[in-house]
Design a protein around this ligand. Structure first.
Ligand code: ZN
Length: 134
């Protein structure tokens, strides 16, 4: 059982806080105690959990990834977006989040982020119930 929601990204690379969307998805799925899988079905984007209190943290991650994985670096893939594919695999396409008492069981400073590496685009995020509530 899963549900989806859309994320509209506004630049080639950006991190979008999707914590509230995941909370709503867990509620929609009826998961009050258990876990949800947050999954990105795209090859040039990713999902990560990191600090949401200071937006500069994800900006720093984005800019460090840009330096580690340059846009042009002698790649073979003809589409011209190999850096985005590499970043997608480095960061990963999913996160598992525990749910307790109807709330996401995240750390105080944590948020869930959709990581865009080849935007701007309209993207899809899938949220699956790993255990059912009740
Ligand atoms: Zn490609």
């Amino acid at each position: 059982m899963h549900t989806t929601f859309s994320v509209r990204t506004s630049s080639r690379t950006t991190f979008v806080n999707i914590t509230r969307d995941v909370e709503r998805a867990a509620e929609e799925l009826g998961v009050t105690d258990g876990a949800v899988l947050v999954y990105c079905p795209h090859t040039t984007a990713a999902i990560t959990i990191n600090e949401s209190a200071d937006p500069d943290v994800v900006r720093d991650i984005d800019s460090k990834l840009a330096r580690l994985v340059p846009h042009a670096d002698g790649y073979r893939h003809s589409e011209g977006n190999s850096d985005a594919h590499v970043k997608s695999s480095l960061v990963g396409c999913s996160e598992t989040v525990l749910v307790e008492g109807g709330a996401l069981d995240l750390g105080t400073w944590q948020g869930i982020f959709f990581c865009e590496f080849d935007g701007p685009r309209t993207r899809t995020v899938m949220v699956g119930a790993l255990t059912s509530g009740g």
